[in-house]
Ligand binder design. Structure first.
Ligand SMILES: C[S@@+](CC[C@H](N)C(=O)[O-])C[C@H]1O[C@@H](n2cnc3c(N)ncnc32)[C@H](O)[C@@H]1O
Length: 341
């Protein structure tokens, strides 16, 4: 058995079989989305689907009967499809930027560590112009690159779960803030800006305790019984590229588990699910394949545990389950607390 309340380094497919059978009350994770993040460079679409299938199937023995697997994921909005006919025709209103390839090369020579966004700011053009001048293509799948389409992913995870013996119990939509920064390309298409994700809840057959006392009546009305959850995404993804806000695992944990239960996240990243488990009084196991994220998650958990233990009785009574801590952690303002004091 992997140690409890610990973040483990390794591939989920290798470490999940080391967990005890029927030990996990709820597993909550957000996998790579197959959208080109640095931690998914080594994996193509076929391998990505296989990863999801394998990890989902590995949950069957380790989940408690009646327990849940909760997957947060989004559709792929720019899925390259070489078979797809081209959408884009010349845009009559588009003005060609006066920035030349020579301008970009000169800027790059002067600021070699600048990425294409920084170069774009420097030269007063779009990041697409930078990419076009350097590589002669359009990163969003325009005239010179493979055409992209929207790819729904719900069916992929639903089928993988069903094949393994887990049933879709519920699905919710998380409305986040509109990702304008990731969607500059919208001016070149009629596609919408990315502003929601899914939360799929799979159930392992067995007796499930439905305890309405886990939430207050207000919480039931405001989110416990609601199919749409609205809260902002993480503002600064400076230490991890794709964190979800702690509100997401916190709600799932409060809804689907009891204090003392064991919560798993096998794509734990910066440790958000583990921190949510700490502040709600649950145990956790976290897994990630990147050593830097394991270190980050360990640090986040240690800080959460230390901060929680320093909460005064007054704070604990005033705020449900360390909500003060959650808010503070999210704003990054509690890290100066010295656990030795
Ligand atoms: C979308 S991120 C999860 C972010 C996390 N929810 C958070 O709030 O920080 C996906 C994570 O899965 C990790 N990962 C990708 N493939 C993995 C694998 N085969 N085994 C374990 N971790 C993996 C990546 O390193 C990345 O940190």
């Amino acid at each position: 058995m992997l140690a409890l309340d610990t973040i483990h380094l390794g591939d989920a497919r290798e470490l999940l079989p080391q967990l005890d059978d029927e030990s996990i009350a709820c597993s909550i994770w957000s996998p790579p989305y197959h959208v080109g993040k640095s931690y998914e460079q080594d994996i193509d679409f076929v391998a990505w689907q296989a990863l999801l299938r394998d990890v989902i199937a590995l949950h069957v023995p380790i989940l408690k009967p009646g327990g849940f697997l909760v997957i947060n994921i989004a559709d792929i909005l720019c899925f390259p499809d070489p078979q797809m006919p081209r959408i884009q025709a010349a845009n009559p209103r588009r003005h060609r930027s006066s920035v030349t390839r020579e301008d970009v090369l000169a800027a790059k020579a002067k600021y070699p560590h600048y990425n294409r966004y920084q170069l774009a700011r420097l030269l007063g053009c779009s990041e697409q112009t930078i990419d076009r001048r350097l590589n002669g293509n359009n990163i969003r799948g325009g005239k010179y690159a493979t055409q992209t389409r929207v790819k729904l992913v719900g069916g992929i995870v639903e089928q993988a779960a069903l094949d393994a013996g887990l049933y879709l119990y519920d699905r919710r939509v998380w409305i986040k803030d509109a990702a304008w920064e990731n969607s500059k390309w919208h001016t070149l298409s009629y596609r919408s800006v990315d502003e929601f994700e899914y939360i799929y809840i799979f159930w392992k057959p067995g007796i499930t305790v439905v305890d309405r006392a886990r939430l207050t009546p207000d919480e039931w009305v405001n989110w416990g019984s609601r199919g749409v959850w609205s809260f902002p995404s993480v503002r600064a993804n400076d230490d991890h590229e794709a964190k979800f806000p702690i509100e997401l695992p916190r709600r799932v944990i409060r809804l689907l588990t009891d204090p003392g239960d064991l919560v798993l996240d096998c794509f734990v990243g910066s440790g958000t699910t583990a921190v949510a488990a700490v502040v709600t009084g649950r145990n956790y196991i976290g897994i990630d394949k990147e050593p830097e994220y394991v270190r980050l998650a360990q640090e986040m958990c240690a800080k959460a545990t230390a901060t929680l233990s320093m909460q005064t009785n007054q704070e604990i009574e005033a705020g449900e389950e360390g909500i003060q801590l959650r808010l503070a952690l999210e704003r990054g303002i509690v890290y100066d607390i010295n656990p030795a004091m």
